[in-house]
Design a protein around this ligand. Structure first.
Ligand SMILES: [Zn+2]
Length: 331
């Protein structure tokens, strides 16, 4: 089954490549590569077995992984083993992890809050919403950058050109360095997750920009700050929580969101350094990001409303309304 799973991965990467070609995505299409140093194995419903107490897992596919002790706080006795559809063994910089995927029907109904919000992701703030609130940017990479660079220097000092194998001290330094990177990426993930969760909890509709992060990162002056902001991670969690709690998330086209006036719709040209939006047409004054967030919310509401009307035209309520009208006229 592990082999099946990796064949499935190969197929998914091939089909992704063809999809990218069909969609005519600019730049590299992601032609499938053979992975030399694979960091994970995926099993389906066989090839693994938990011990009685579920504190140990044994891999029984004859590839000599053998028995592994499980650490961590997750209580596995709580779950039904039959619902586990995938077991994945993943290597991270600080150890090996077992990921268990299970299929659960879960519906969490929250009482509607009656709130809708537009989010403008930025570099000065992590995000600014259409109510004028801002969330600070944590800049995890920036704060750890000196530490990271020092660890990187230590690693390259231990590197001997042409030596095979490299010394033990080199590998120690390499592991320290990669653990530090792992820490930063985890910090960013947790932060994005928390913010996304609270946004979803307090709103029914969330509109955000459909940013082309891959394209923006190509700007080498801003690449580091953009990657550090974790926009893609944030979006991922926002969509995840939106699905989980039954809230609407809309991605809108990012064009003109910061240039247009949110009150009268006129275009007010401004450069990146101009932080306030002052409209000469209607006199609306707001923070640049606040104005953009309102625009995003308006765009989002427009898209949602649009899909709603098109569905109304196709579905039965409108038809039945016409019929009942006909009956009254006939009477
Ligand atoms: Zn205006």
């Amino acid at each position: 089954m592990a082999r099946q799973a990796s064949a499935e991965r190969a197929w998914s990467s091939i089909s992704r490549f063809y999809d990218n070609c069909k969609k005519q995505i600019k730049g590299k299409k992601g032609y499938p590569n053979f992975k030399k140093h694979n960091r994970s194995v995926e099993y389906k419903t066989s090839g693994w077995k938990f011990s009685e107490t579920r504190k140990k897992i044994t891999f029984t596919d004859g590839k000599n992984i053998g028995m592994l002790k499980l650490k961590g706080t997750r209580e596995l006795n709580f779950y039904d083993l039959k619902s586990l559809k995938r077991v994945r063994l993943v290597k991270r910089a600080d150890g090996y992890y077992v990921q268990c995927c299970m299929s659960v029907d879960r519906q969490i109904n929250l009482t509607p809050t009656g709130q809708a919000v537009g989010l403008d992701l930025g570099l000065k703030y992590f995000l600014a919403d259409s109510n004028g609130e801002t969330v600070e940017s944590p800049n995890f990479y920036c704060t750890s950058e000196r530490q990271l660079n020092r660890a990187n220097r230590k690693q390259s000092k231990k590197y001997r050109k042409g030596a095979k194998p490299q010394s033990k001290n080199y590998h120690k330094a390499r592991q320290t360095y990669s653990r530090k990177h792992l820490r930063v990426s985890r910090q960013r993930k947790e932060y994005c997750k928390n913010v996304a969760y609270s946004v979803i909890q307090s709103n029914d509709l969330v509109a955000y920009e459909d940013l082309n992060v891959k394209g923006l990162v190509r700007n080498r002056h801003l690449a580091k700050s953009i990657s550090d902001a974790g926009w893609s991670t944030f979006r991922h969690w926002l969509e995840y929580f939106g699905k989980k709690y039954g809230k609407v998330t809309v991605a809108v086209a990012p064009q003109y969101t910061s240039q247009d006036c949110s009150t009268c719709g006129e275009t007010v040209k401004k450069s990146l350094s101009m932080r306030t939006h002052v409209c000469p047409h209607c006199g609306f004054v707001a923070d640049r990001d606040h104005n953009a967030a309102i625009n995003i919310l308006q765009k989002g509401l427009r898209t949602v409303g649009h899909t709603g009307t098109s569905m109304l035209g196709e579905s039965s309520p409108l038809v039945s309304l016409e019929q009942s009208c006909g009956v009254t006229v006939g009477c």
